[in-house]
Every structure is written in structure tokens, then in C-alpha cells.
Write a protein that binds this ligand. Structure first.
Ligand code: ADP
Ligand code: AMP
Length: 214
């Protein structure tokens, strides 16, 4: 099965993607994670991506399309299927993806759209913490790590600081709608209510995926 997961920053894409990947054995392709790995490894791509990400802006389409194209061509994709998370984020990326998948002979089965009112996102993003060792995402209040945890084992994303968040939301709201319209016209979109407990969102997601299979 080949899926996209969409939603504004903080909607819960990464949280649900981790659960979906575990449940369905899909390859998780998160462009945000790929850029953060490149930054951590201090590669040329990382340097370039950082200059956009820190300000809450999108990395240019040709760069982002290039890394996704390379990843989709790897052998595991046809075996496992994929879950693309955080891509496409512009209509141009959506068109590039369509072309890419057609060239590879791969069908897109569905687009999961996690809906949430933007007013909820600031507290989601400002409380997001990531485990340094595993990369797992938590929230200080809504999804804290178990037990008495050591804050030093977690970090806050640079772009979750208030200076970047407003710009990220602005960019993503403006760019997101045409992409959803593009996939709605192909009858691929499953809307999921994102303003409920993590486990309840996941239950709805599984139902949506089962309906795609049948
Ligand atoms: P995205 O990948 O869409 O940017 P994340 O999955 O990283 O979003 O979630 C953003 C923050 O909100 C994280 O701290 C996460 O733990 C928390 N979160 C995710 N889903 C929910 C939910 N349904 N209710 C409350 N908090 C959530
Ligand atoms: P995310 O982890 O999905 O929230 O992405 C973090 C940041 O990485 C975004 O704010 C962008 O700067 C960059 N990024 C991730 N995915 C894309 C994409 N598809 N197109 C352009 N920039 C992206």
C-alpha cells in the first residue's frame, strides 16, 4: 500500500506515521526527517536545507523533489509500500510526485488528511520534544515520556520556536489547500479528525485504510 499523510505542522503526522509504519510495515519517507539527518551529518544538502528550515520556509522544490525521487527508486519501496510524510507540500511537488510514480509504475492508494484547527497547533509545537537517541516524538503535556524522564535526553526542534512557527503555519496553510484539491479530484483523500486522543486518531486512521483496501 502506498500512502501520503498530510496535515498542518503539529497535526500529528509523524506521531501517526510511526504507528502506521509499525502496523503495516510500510517504508516511512519523511522529508523533514531526511533534511534533519542531513543537517546532523553536516552535508551540503543539510547546510542548504537549514537556511530555509530555520526561518520556517520550504526547501526549494527541485531539491526536495530530487531527494524523494531518489528514495522512491530504492528496492524496498515496491516490496513494502510507502508512507510519505510531509511531502508533497506544494502543487509543483504533487505534480512531480505523480510523474515520478507513473515512471516507476507505482500507484498511489490514498491520501490521509489529518484535520485540525490551526489555533490548536501552537501548543502542540511548543510542547513537542524529541528523544535524542531514538528520534521518537513526545509532548510535554499531551504525550509525555513514561515515568520520571530526564529532560536532557530530549531536544526541542529549532523550527518549533515561536519565531519560526507563525511563518511555518502561514506557508503550509497557503500551500496545502491546492494539494488537497488535486487529490480530492482523484478521489483519494480520507479526512481524519486530528483533535482527539492519539489512540483515537489511530483507530480512525486504521478504519480509513481498511476502507481503501476494500
Ligand atoms: P507533525 O508531524 O504533523 O508536525 P507531530 O506528530 O510531531 O506532528 O505532533 C506534534 C506534537 O503534538 C507532538 O509533540 C506530539 O506528541 C503531539 N501530538 C500528536 N498528536 C496528538 C494528539 N492527537 N493530541 C495531542 N497531542 C498530539
Ligand atoms: P516537517 O518535519 O515535516 O515539519 O518539516 C520541517 C521543515 O523541513 C519544513 O518546515 C521545511 O522547511 C522542510 N521541509 C520538509 N518537507 C518539505 C517539503 N516537502 N518541501 C519543502 N520543504 C520541506
Amino acid at each position: 500500500m502506498n500512502l501520503l499523510i498530510m496535515g498542518l505542522p503539529g497535526a500529528g503526522k509523524g506521531t501517526q506515521a510511526a504507528k502506521l509504519v509499525e502496523n503495516y510495515g510500510l517504508a516511512h519517507i519523511s522529508t523533514g526527517d531526511m533534511f534533519r539527518a542531513a543537517i546532523a551529518n553536516e552535508t551540503e544538502l543539510g547546510l542548504l536545507a537549514k537556511s530555509y528550515m530555520d526561518g520556517g520556509n520550504l526547501v526549494p522544490d527541485e531539491v526536495t523533489n530530487g531527494i524523494v525521487k531518489e528514495r522512491l527508486a530504492q528496492d524496498d519501496i515496491k516490496e513494502k509500500g510507502f508512507l510519505l510524510d510531509g511531502y508533497p507540500r506544494t502543487l509543483e511537488q504533487a505534480h512531480a510526485l505523480d510523474q515520478n510514480l507513473a515512471d516507476l509504475g507505482i500507484n498511489l492508494d490514498g491520501v490521509i488528511n489529518i484535520e485540525i484547527d490551526p489555533s490548536k497547533l501552537l501548543e502542540r509545537l511548543s510542547g513537542r520534544i524529541i528523544h535524542k537517541q531514538t528520534g521518537e516524538t513526545f509532548h510535554k503535556v499531551f504525550n509525555p515520556p513514561a515515568g520520571d524522564y530526564n529532560e536532557d535526553d530530549y531536544y526541542q526542534r529549532e523550527d518549533d520556536k515561536p519565531e519560526s512557527v507563525a511563518r511555518r503555519l502561514e506557508v503550509n496553510i497557503a500551500q496545502g489547500q491546492p494539494i488537497l484539491d488535486h487529490y480530492r479530484a482523484k478521489n483519494l483523500v480520507q479526512d481524519i479528525e486530528g483533535d482527539q486522543d492519539i489512540e483515537l486518531v489511530f483507530e480512525d486512521l486504521k478504519k480509513a485504510i481498511e476502507s481503501l483496501k476494500s
